[in-house]
Design a protein around this ligand. Structure first.
Ligand code: PLP
Length: 451
């Protein structure tokens, strides 16, 4: 507040940024504080989705920026092939304390995609070094996203992103993930689909299944039935498959638990994480490994994970994670997430009553999805060309609210949804502001689409 506004005037000729979309002009953010982002022109946005569901602690937390600064001054970089730092041990201990029981080691990356790539390689090495080199395939799910590298796109189910690069993708098999309102498939059908896939490909060729516990960007925070993961885990045990749970979006309190898999009382083999571990202050991700896998690596691979990146365990990134976790704990962020979730849901239910185009409200904690259809009283979806969630995102941006639009796979078609996921530090007044702008934006959208 009260800081000088920097004006940036860049002509087209002087713009050398390879923008995500070269046709668009993006607002230039000058500073951010709490749940607000300020454009250089002075316009204010309320961050209703924590950027990409990453800025879990809001913006401008000095305990975190100070810790980054201090570590950068002490030792900004050491290479993990030769050296380690104290913060690496401290953060790993904190993460293991938060993880479900019997997890014992953490490996670090710089993103969620790299975390899932690392999990794929760990699965491969685990089986190969036990003499099962053909257990290479990873079962993915159509309604899931695991990252944007070639390996993670291959196991993911993002139809839009996969299509452009389909020639480059590896052939991993996919199943559908439960859609709570899917009248065509009961839970048993989804489980049967996995069992028959294993029969077709042969358990000797499959190494793991990867799932988001609550699907974020592809499904708008649909929560699977309680029994789902128990049954998946049973099948994994029976067929010597590892269960990878991708908590890149859901981890570190986002859903009201430290990790969303806790809702299902199932212990996976590998948990992948990213985003919230630093609250978006630095690009850190990684995998948390169950002790049984660690033991196998010690016994069968001489204790060596044949994998690593230049920046694995980067001191400044790890110090940022440590400061973020200290902040989560000392400010009881989990508690705030749960009470604000109730408040947000109450407000969203009132909005639901006003708009027939909201089909369902999904999610847990502060990972809440709104699913859109032309009219929930009729069994019809929007056409693929009707990019309703993207349009809602545009309108709400104009009105100063940032949302996370999505159009993931839904029964082979594109479903329309939006995620509301403000920083977990949000308060009632800020939620009121989000709801007010959302309501105003939906009203405009409804008039435009005129169903
Ligand atoms: N996994 C999930 C569930 C995600 O939501 C994302 C990103 O949105 C990723 C993986 C990829 O993470 P990153 O973009 O950090 O590579």
């Amino acid at each position: 507040m009260g800081k000088e506004v920097i004006k940036i005037n860049i002509s087209k000729e002087d713009d050398h940024v390879f923008h995500r979309n070269l046709n668009l002009e993006y607002p230039i953010i000058d500073r951010a504080e709490g749940v607000y982002l300020y454009e250089s022109s002075g316009k204010k946005f309320i961050d209703g989705c924590s950027g990409a569901v990453a800025a879990n602690l809001g913006h401008g937390v000095t305990q975190i920026t100070d810790a980054m600064n201090q570590q950068a001054k002490k030792a900004a970089f050491v290479h993990s092939l030769r050296f380690e730092t104290e913060v690496l041990y401290k953060l790993s201990k904190e993460i293991i304390d938060l993880a479900p029981k019997n997890f014992s080691k953490v490996f670090y990356t710089c993103s969620g995609s790299e975390a899932n790539e690392s999990a794929i390689k760990l699965v491969h090495q685990y089986h190969k070094d036990r003499g099962n080199e053909f257990k290479r395939l990873i079962v993915g799910r159509w309604q899931s996203y695991h990252g944007n590298t070639l390996g993670t796109l291959s196991i993911g189910g993002d139809l839009k992103r996969r299509t452009s690069f389909s020639a480059l993708l590896y052939e991993h098999p996919h199943i559908n993930s439960p859609i709570t309102d899917n009248e065509d498939m009961s839970l048993t059908n989804y489980i049967d689909e996995l069992e028959s896939l294993i029969k077709n490909y042969g358990a000797e060729n499959i190494g793991a299944i990867i799932c988001e516990p609550i699907v974020g960007s592809q499904q708008g925070a649909m929560v699977p039935p309680y029994e789902y993961f128990k049954r998946i885990k049973d099948i994994c045990k029976k067929n010597d498959l590892l269960l990878i749970i991708d908590e890149v979006m859901t981890g570190f309190g986002r859903t009201g638990k430290n990790f969303a898999i806790e809702y299902f009382d199932v212990i996976p083999d590998i948990i992948t994480f990213g985003k919230g571990v630093t609250g978006g202050y630095a690009p850190l991700g990684g995998i948390i490994v169950h002790n049984d896998i660690v033991k196998a690596i010690l016994e069968n691979s001489n204790g060596i994970f044949k994998h690593g990146f230049t920046y694995s365990g980067h001191p400044v990134l790890v110090a940022t994670g440590l400061a973020a976790i200290n902040y989560y704990k000392s400010n009881d962020i989990l508690y705030n997430c749960n009470i604000q979730s109730e408040y947000l849901l109450k407000g969203l239910n009132q909005i639901y009553d006003k708009y027939k185009m909201i089909k369902s409200i999904n999610g847990k904690g502060l990972l809440i999805g709104l699913e859109f259809v032309p009219n929930r009283d009729h069994d019809k979806d929007f056409k693929a060309s009707e990019k309703v969630s993207e349009r809602l995102n545009q309108i709400s941006m104009e009105n100063g609210l940032v949302l996370y639009p999505g159009s993931g796979a839904k029964k082979g078609k594109l479903g329309q949804h939006i995620i509301i996921a403000p920083p977990l530090t949000v308060n009632n007044t800020e939620i009121d502001e989000i709801l007010e702008i959302l309501d105003k934006s939906l009203l405009k959208l409804q008039k435009e689409i005129n169903y």
